[in-house]
Design a protein around this ligand. Structure first.
Ligand code: UD1
Ligand code: CA
Length: 466
């Protein structure tokens, strides 16, 4: 391939989104729309230059993509797509290769199609190659007008087209390969004498013809790839198509997914073989899931590393945590952030864990809060155990060493340390460190007053009635 520069047009606001947020920053599968064409350029085509033309909310867009490989160019007034491309002239400079022009709102375009299009363009030695598509309903798009010889004559925008031209179903997708040397020379000749008073980039097709330059077309293999997002409904439709691509990818890699359309997997997630994902799961961010896991139903995992053979059961949420092999979590557990759960540990119903390490084989099966804690090997955390980690001003740590038995309904007032092998009696509030192998218990001694109920019975109506 010759040298390649990519220009992505993203100066428009996207009025039809009806949003305070510029269109290209709306997310699809957790990433802004613009990240899709950017990724193609930066990671796959490895373009020599990647230039984004921004206008509306330029600053927000630039802040969302801090990467030295991207050059942002301002188009202060949106005078049309031709004008937008003209703004990149100082950056393109005397670059000699192929310029690929994309829009910021076409997240479904594939690397394969663009690579083939660039190869086709270079092989044909064309001045311009248009990516075209057939659309049953071409309304809104520029139509590809051909001569009887089949050669492209021009692009007619919807608002400038004649009735006959509007009947044409071959459309301009807004994606072009153009010879750098030809592009800026041609743009200089573009006029704004059209229905919208704009400088239309596709007008360079007619100019090429006049200058006896070759115009070629490359048909998009699947028209869905060139779908432009203009409305929230199209955003939802495109996101669903992307989500299905991700699910198909993981199924092909050996992952089972039940009720596939209910499962949401962001493209940044990776899943190993023989893992089963049950319905209504959300797998987000930089999450990795090992082999043979069972996830769900109804589970959310974000930015977490899950080992092999882990079970994450119904209604569990895990964020920014690391889970080792053979752990069982849920149902109804919440690992809030910065948790490390070591192998074969169990976190059960209504247990919340935050910023804590849970040692191998440790069990916290019911109704507990473990925060800012270090829990050792084989600890039994009884039902209702609470680490009181916050004194209203500061957070404090709780250390529970190996083999400790924490009785039910224990409050551990941090900072506090429970030594190896110690036992804490149920209902105890721990405020002082417990030495290894000690029994710590703090409750008022139980008193049973004999026949109290019977004696009171006459007054209160309690107890056995005659
Ligand atoms: C454009 C094409 C049309 C094609 C369609 C495909 C023109 C004149 N028409 O029409 O032939 O069928 O795309 O989707 O090019 N933009 C700027 N600055 C501007 C104007 C637009 O950066 O001054 C950006 C927009 O943010 C957008 C892209 O260019 O990402 C396309 O602009 P848009 O106004 O949507 O063009 P269409 O009317 O859809
Ligand atoms: Ca458009």
């Amino acid at each position: 391939m010759d040298k390649l520069a990519v220009i992505i047009l993203a100066a428009g606001k996207g009025k039809r989104m009806r949003s305070g947020i510029v269109k290209v920053l709306h997310p699809l599968l957790g990433r802004p729309m613009l990240s899709y064409p950017l990724e193609v350029s930066l990671e796959h085509l490895q373009a020599e230059k990647t230039i984004v033309v921004v206008g509306h909310q330029a600053e927000q867009i630039q802040n969302a993509f801090i990467d030295p490989r991207i050059t942002f160019v301002q188009q202060k007034e949106q005078l049309g797509t031709g004008h937008a491309v003209l703004m990149t002239k100082p950056i393109i400079g005397d670059f000699k290769g192929t310029i690929l022009i994309l829009c910021g709102d076409i997240p479904l375009i594939t690397v394969k199609t663009l690579t083939e299009m660039v190869q086709h363009h270079q092989h044909e030695g064309a001045a311009i190659t248009l990516l075209t598509a057939q659309r049953e309903n071409p309304t809104g798009y520029g139509r590809v007008i051909r001569l009887s010889s089949g050669k492209v004559r021009k692009i007619a925008e919807e608002r400038d087209a004649t009735k006959r031209e509007r009947g044409i179903t071959e459309i301009n997708t807004g994606i072009y390969c153009i010879q750098a040397a030809f592009l800026f020379q041609a743009l200089g000749a573009v006029r704004s004498d059209n229905a919208q008073g704009e400088y239309y980039l596709p007008d360079i097709v007619e100019i090429a013809l006049r200058k006896k330059q070759r115009v070629s077309t490359f048909p998009a293999p699947d028209p869905v790839e060139v779908m432009g997002i203009n409305t929230r409904a199209e955003l939802a439709q495109a996101e669903e198509i992307l989500a299905e691509r991700v699910r198909q990818h993981w199924m092909a890699e050996g992952v089972s997914i039940q009720d596939t359309s209910s499962v949401y997997i962001e493209p940044t997630v990776s899943i190993a073989q023989d893992t089963v994902i049950y319905p209504n799961c959300y797998l987000r961010g930089k999450t990795t899931i090992g082999e043979g896991c069972r996830i769900g139903p109804q589970v959310e995992v974000a930015d977490s590393q899950i080992g092999n053979r882990v079970q994450i059961k119904f209604c569990t949420m895990i964020t920014e945590s690391r889970i080792a092999d053979d752990v069982i979590i849920g149902p109804f557990s919440h690992l809030r952030s910065q948790c490390e759960v070591e192998k074969e540990a169990k976190i059960g119903n209504f247990v919340e864990v935050k910023k804590s390490r849970i040692g191998p084989g440790t069990k916290a099966n019911h109704l507990a809060y473990i925060g800012d804690s270090e829990v050792g090997v084989g600890v039994n955390v009884g039902a209702g155990t609470i680490t009181c980690n916050y004194d209203g001003l500061h957070k404090h740590r709780t250390i529970i060493e190996d083999g400790v038995f924490v009785g039910s309904n224990t409050a551990l007032v941090a900072p506090v340390k429970v030594g190896t092998g110690a036992v804490i009696g149920a209902g105890t509030t721990i405020t002082k460190d417990v030495p290894p192998y000690a029994l710590a218990v703090r409750r008022t001694r139980q008193k049973s007053i004999k026949k109290w109920v019977l004696k009171q019975g006459k007054k209160t109506g309690r107890g056995p009635q005659e």
